[in-house]
Design a protein around this ligand. Structure first.
Ligand code: SAM
Length: 279
């Protein structure tokens, strides 16, 4: 069997676990979970069910959004003592819309090994069956909850050509789809619900139809949205529209005006003049 631990240096294994169907665990995930000294788990009760199922008897330590700073020193201390650790989240790949980034960075910065034990993640599971262009894609994760922040964020993606991936909870799916439709207009989308589970459902449709459907308020969703394939070039835009496009993408008005001047190969003062007259 392949040796799991690198010589001499303690290691943090970042282990993907199933997103529903327990049979999706990998052999290597089980092997490493059985070998490490301690398992860092987002929720020790949820992970307890998984470990129990596979008869893995290792101590767990909680590592989640609300204790991650407090736990960091303890974790580094344990690694200084030579302990090997595993990091798991409630489902899928740690760090992907889940806790993980900070401790992974801190362990790397402390000079220890960090090794990935790949496996399930809802992103790829949903993307490959969406029927939409697979690459390039942008993973957005959860949108902000506040409506105005959500709108602002979606606007920054409206001119992007690549496929977009969004995570959403069932309670907000209807509202989120309405907001996406109001900003991006009609596009092909796919909605993957309860992937790998008994009631797995994949709806491949368009945003205009999706907003008038009733969506099951139970289960978890991945929304995949076709990129914008009708992007206007700046030749189709007035100077004001061109500036606004950059502002919506998140640039300040000043930056936007500079970019517009460069792109149109005109002086900045010409852009300022038009914007000033209009404001
Ligand atoms: N770390 C996980 C991963 O690698 O996919 C994601 C964790 S995030 C807190 C949970 C979100 O992932 C859900 O709200 C949903 O958007 C998506 N998700 C997780 N499991 C899913 C499943 N079985 N079917 C559909 N979406 C799922």
């Amino acid at each position: 069997m392949q040796k799991s631990f690198k010589e001499n240096k303690p290691t943090l294994y970042v282990i993907s676990t199933p997103i529903g169907n327990l049979s999706d665990i990998t052999f290597r995930a089980i092997e490493i979970l059985n070998e490490v000294d301690i398992i860092l788990a987002e929720d020790t009760r949820t992970s307890g069910v998984l470990l129990n199922h596979f008869q893995i008897k290792k101590p767990m330590m909680s590592y989640h959004e609300f204790n991650k700073e407090a736990q960091e020193n303890k974790i580094i201390e344990m690694m200084n003592e030579g302990k090997n650790l595993a990091l798991i989240s409630d489902a899928g790949t740690p760090g992907i819309s889940d806790p993980g980034y900070e401790i992974i960075k801190s362990v790397i910065d402390s000079g220890f090994h960090v090794i990935s034990i790949p496996g399930p993640s809802a992103i790829l599971a949903a993307l490959v069956v969406s029927g939409l262009i697979i690459q390039p894609f942008t993973f957005i994760g959860f949108l902000p909850r506040k409506q105005s922040d959500m709108k602002k964020m979606i606007e920054t993606y409206q001119d992007r050509k690549e496929t977009l991936i969004i995570y959403e909870s069932p309670m907000r799916i209807q509202k989120t789809l309405n907001t996406i439709y109001s900003i991006l207009g009609n596009r092909n989308i796919s909605l993957s619900r309860e992937l790998t589970k008994t009631f797995e459902t994949i709806i491949r449709t368009t945003l205009d139809k999706a907003v008038s459907m009733e969506h099951n308020p139970k289960g978890e969703y991945v929304i995949i949205i076709e990129g914008n394939h009708n992007i206007q070039t700046h030749f189709d835009l007035s100077i004001e529209e061109h500036v606004q496009r950059y502002v919506k993408q998140g640039h300040s008005e000043k930056e936007a005006m500079k970019l517009v001047a460069e792109e149109r190969n005109i002086k900045k003062s010409e852009v300022y003049k038009v914007i000033k007259i209009d404001s």
